[in-house]
Design a protein around this ligand. Sequence first.
Ligand code: ACM
Ligand code: ZN
Length: 759
Amino acid sequence: MKNAALLLLTFFFVQLAYSQCPIIPRPQEYSQIDVKIPLDDQLTLDSNSMSFSTWEYLKSNLKQQTGIELVHDAENPYVQFGESPRLQVQGGPIPISHHYQISFNSNERKVYFETEESAFHAVNSMLQLIQKDGLKFYFQGSEVSDSPGFEWRGLHLDVSRHFYTVDEVKRFIDLMALYKFNTFHWHLTDDQGWRIEIKKYPKLADIGAFRDSTMMGHYSDEPRVFDTKKYGGFYTQDQIKEVIKYAADRFVNVVPEIELPGHSRAALAAYPELSCTGEQKGVPGTWGVFDDIYCAKQETIDFMKDVLAEVVELFPSQYIHVGGDEAPKTRWKKCPDCQKVIADNDLHDEHELQSYFIGQIDEFLTGKGKKLIGWDEILEGGLSPNAAVMSWRGMKGGIEAAKQKHEVVMTPTTYCYFDYYQSGHPSEPIAIGGFLPLEKVYRFNPVPKELNEDEQRYILGGQANLWTEYIASMEHLEYMTYPRALALAQTVWCRKKPSYDSFLSDFLTYQEDYLTRNKVNFARSIHQPILEITRKKNGINVHFKGVEENYHYTVSTKEIGGYSMNGGQAMGVEDTLFFERCYSGDKVKEIRTSVLDDSGGNSLVDRFLLHACLGAEIEMVTQPHPKYNNNGSLNLVDGVKGTQPWKGSQWLGFDTSYVEFIVDLGEVQDINLVNLGFLNQNGSWIYLPKLATIQVSKKSKWFLRKKYKHGIESEDCNITVGKKGRYVRVSIRAMDLIPIGMDGGGNTPWTFIDEIMIN
Ligand code: ACM
Ligand code: ZN
């Protein structure tokens, strides 16, 4: 490493002006008292002051987190824990708000609660107030007055794509309870596996719970790779009851989801007579949306009612989720049985047929004293009278439902899909796509501005979803869920949340320790320095930005390929490196930076290519889609090539069939070869374009007629030019529409580009 340069980076943050808080979600009212209330090997409380299950919960969590023993003492408890007289406001008690209060100061150690549920919240807040000083634990002196702001604070778990055992599901619920989530949405059925025992239809579990193979790698990989081991599992009804009881002890309601009419291949593998074609097909081991869905005939509706009759017996939840999303109407259009239902009921089309289907189920569930909830597709073709809507394709569906006076849970992909990448760094494990860093989750507000005060009352709250196509283990599940679930917990607890900076500071000060104390495999993605790249004359500045006060990074750079870097060439001032573009005719140089954090771990490598248009000005004649426009045109010349697989942030994405941009090299140079990088991930509707055309000019953006054209057959496209010029016009022609039969058939393909290099 003769030429390697070492740089120590220190980050100073302005002193924060708010009181820090160890509790997340931060209570509605919190003030820190400058006193440490010492804790012994034993903590005494009056066990009669709370329910047996809350006592047991506190006892085991206290022991496991700190080793402290919870001991009953009715006479002289260390903490006074008791039910409060209901808060009185003028004229009478306020409605139940699950309020609790903690006063830990030099005079008193008191906890008051309004309901059993709020006693449980108080216990969790108390656990988070325990801090450590050397080897000694203490309560951080605090005044807390708190109650939840939303009634639906949810996490969802898909146990179909990958199966999680009863113990794993309990662990998932346990962690939810720490952060005051109260709704566990259990996605029990999908194409790739039916996971709940139904006594009347034993084949659902015997056949529908197992598949012969499972897709490995990413859906977009070519060729696709499969693991051919038998995979599956299901929960017996006794196990389901056990989970429900476990959750109830933690004040978590379990909402089951039984998908219909789509995502039903596992059920149809067991009972093919419920499909439109009757054809026997296995439980699929690949992801996606399938054409084969339940036939909308009466037999299916009867079957579904039988299944749900057992489900409503098992689950005390008022809400029963019946899916409703992503149900292609391909089979229904050609099925005589479905067409007969349409004709017999004067329905207009297959969307109304879906509404009819859902309506029958709604009526059944309502008759059983339950409420139907479904994904926002249930709005299409008319919303069933009692249905609640879970809005996932943005907030639009939820807004529409609230305006129609239906209850709504907000879970838009943009803020709530925890199967998306949480950082753009190459070290992130493979994910479905998309980009959802911690800060973005924190920006979520389940109540849209478009609703007036009256309509806003229909918003029950929010939820994050853990779809598990790419999450095959508990360890990985925790990594995807935490810490993002903490950001969500805050957004669904308080209607007025603190700033993100305040949240982040509390998280770094207290919650990483708390997660560690609870042995959570949480993602450290926010510790990875954010690369801030800016244009400079003849190159770029790369600034490594951290999240913490007094946190150090050591950045070393290494030249790959024999080029010798002279002295501090790659060294800028302090935390910023300058990379100079390498002129055409020279070989493209590669620099690797590795970053070590204070703990000596977390070594990261980033790879920069110093090509001839590094940092060049670009005029985007065609604008990228706002969702895939990270860093604008600089993205194309920032020296960082978009990673494979696509991680949601490093590419410029276009939803147009034609793309044009003009690069200004700053001075006339030899333009021998233009290299363009494209992405080919058809599963995400991203296709290679057909043709790239280059034009060059020396003096202005008026281009010579001479064009250099190149058909695009691979992700790496080289176009030979052999001319001098300063301006380079790049035009890219994609297919007008994706051919029918391919992923996204009939739609405009996405074109993803990164990077453009010239030499
Ligand atoms: C969904 O993500 N298909 C609800
Ligand atoms: Zn049919």
